[in-house]
Design a protein around this ligand. Structure first.
Ligand SMILES: [Zn+2]
Ligand SMILES: [Zn+2]
Length: 244
């Protein structure tokens, strides 16, 4: 690492800074603001950047205050020359303007999870259905969310409840049935998808009704890209495509 070069800001971090700017009437913060001091402490606790990439100034009050200024000067109505805000800054600002409730809830969920230590157990997720790097509400909440989705006990319970209700284990979006296609090898296989948004999925215990059953392809398609679809919306897409 080059001396004096801080690690790039992750979407999770920008969400937290933008939340501060948002609650400050879209104005910047200063290094002696209590909210900036508190946020600096919080950012230093997030398990996003390895210790060896951090220098003693990592996310200190000056750095955080600078970042609030970057965001302030990248709002669409700012008249002067914007400071060096990156693509992530602009995206997060746009999301706060478009979905203020969801973004504030995401910021709160990230803060709460740090406070209660619930990020520690969740490991980074890559490759499988739902790549956390694409997650709309940041990587940390996505990690927790995918850990929930893949909890084998929860999946077993869901499958048992569906079978007990006399229904098949078929994909709720496209109808794919693993046993029908793969025979014995596919029996009892299906993936579970959590239908609540990330910021709502970690706070309470998961209810079986919050889980949808999906085949692997549909599950992938739901989590593909920044905007995740509902199973119902994916079902509509499939039907439209079949009709064309
Ligand atoms: Zn499917
Ligand atoms: Zn899912």
């Amino acid at each position: 690492m080059q001396p004096g070069r801080a690690p790039a800001w992750e979407r999770d971090e920008v969400i937290l800074v933008c939340d501060l700017v948002y609650h400050n009437g879209w104005n910047r913060g200063f290094p002696d603001d209590p909210a900036v001091i508190e946020l600096s402490e919080l950012l230093q606790q997030l398990p996003l950047h390895p210790q060896e990439k951090r220098d003693p100034r990592f996310r200190n009050v000056n750095g955080v205050a600078h970042k609030t200024a970057d965001l302030h000067t990248n709002t669409p109505w700012y008249q002067g020359k914007p400071k060096n805000g990156g693509a992530v800054d602009k995206e997060v600002i746009r999301d706060f303007l478009e979905y203020p409730e969801e973004m504030q809830a995401a910021a709160k969920a990230i803060r709460d999870s740090i406070r209660y230590g619930s990020f520690e157990k969740s490991e980074p997720v890559e490759g499988a259905a739902g790549d956390e790097s694409e997650a709309p509400e940041g990587r940390l909440l996505a990690r927790k969310y995918f850990a929930r989705e893949r909890d084998p006990r929860l999946r077993d319970k869901k499958i048992k409840s569906v079978l007990a209700a006399g229904r098949d284990l078929s994909c709720e979006a496209c109808g794919f049935d693993f046993e029908a296609v793969y025979g014995e090898r596919g029996r009892g296989y299906i993936e579970c998808h959590h239908i609540l948004p990330l910021h709502a999925s970690g706070a309470t215990t998961t209810q079986l009704k919050d889980l949808a059953l999906l085949c692997s392809n549909c599950h992938r398609m739901i989590h593909r890209g920044k905007e995740w679809l509902t199973p119902g919306r994916l079902r509509e897409l499939i039907q439209q495509q079949r009709a064309d």
